[in-house]
Write a protein that binds this ligand. Structure first.
Ligand code: B12
Length: 224
């Protein structure tokens, strides 16, 4: 059984990497039928996307390949999302405001973070993609979220992420809200934009949000 899961898992990663739309959708249905966790399924797709990104860098794929990969992942998310929404119906743990920063339209990672947060009991307000810094500030002033999550996959958008953090810090009403960044980021990017925390993993990011709403200082400072 474990072997079968591993086989299907590698087949799914390979299917995404090779941009095999129908094959991917069949594998997703097969895995759901055998009871696999939807979050694990999307994480396998993410691994396939990393291969797509590498093939794009090596000019084996072109922009059309990235677009197709994005569409396949969207179809997978559309299947998976309703299943995860049924999982939680208790009292909200807290509110997280998320969005992809200005200049960047990648949304799959942000959407996955949203699913993981909701499944674990958070309320999420999603500002979408290409979100100007000013919009993060005005929504944060209005909603007073417990945590703000910024997604960014492009080097060229680090500057706008930095500006977003800086405007949030400059406003007395939003200055103390903890900020986590995710996507194509690391500790250098986190230092550059002066965020509180960074992660390349939605589940890890969700755990960090929990550490804030449950006020666990040791976890708030834990490295990724
Ligand atoms: C699909 C894709 C696209 C699609 C996006 C479709 C969509 N609706 O999102 C399209 C075709 C639009 C696209 C466009 C471009 N793309 Co693109 N794209 C990708 C690709 C292949 C996959 C991204 C993806 O969906 N991954 C799956 C998700 C689930 O993973 P993820 O986003 O990493 O999210 C995970 C974590 O990072 C984390 N996470 C994400 N956000 C957050 C936020 C928080 C707070 C937390 C805690 C966690 C978290 O959680 C997720 C899972 O745990 C990546 C390759 C890669 N390695 O990622 C390139 C990639 C990101 N793209 C790249 C490029 C260059 C571009 C373009 C500039 C290409 C061009 N010439 O036009 C444009 C830019 C458009 C723009 N202005 O944004 C480069 C970026 C290089 C760089 N570092 O700057 C990459 C890395 C490809 C590469 N290797 O060259 N792209």
């Amino acid at each position: 059984m474990t072997e079968q899961i591993n086989d299907l898992s590698s087949e799914l990663i390979q299917g995404i990497a090779d941009l095999k739309d129908q094959k991917v959708l069949e594998l997703v249905q097969q895995r759901l039928k055998q009871g696999d966790d939807p979050i694990d399924i999307v994480d396998d797709c993410r691994q396939g996307m990393v291969v797509v990104g590498k093939r794009y860098e090596q000019q084996e794929y072109f922009l059309s390949g990235l677009i197709l990969a994005g569409e396949i992942l969207r179809e997978v998310m559309d299947i998976v999302q309703p299943l995860t929404e049924m999982k939680f119906n208790g009292k909200s743990l807290g509110l997280v405001l998320i969005g992809t920063v200005e200049g960047d339209i990648h949304d799959a990672g942000k959407d996955l973070l949203q699913i993981v947060l909701k499944v674990n009991g958070f309320t999420v307000h999603d500002l979408g993609v290409d979100v100007p810094a000013e919009e993060f500030v005005s929504k944060a002033r209005e909603l007073k979220p417990d945590v703000i999550g910024l997604s960014c996959l492009l080097n060229s958008a680090y500057k706008s992420m930095k500006r977003t953090v800086s405007l949030l810090r400059a406003d007395p009403q939003t200055a103390s809200i903890p900020i986590i960044i995710g996507g194509q980021v690391n500790s250098d990017v986190c230092n550059y934009v002066s965020a509180d925390h960074w992660s390349t993993d939605a589940v890890d990011g969700m755990n960090w949000c929990i550490s804030w709403v449950q006020k666990v200082p040791s976890l708030q400072s834990a490295s990724v």
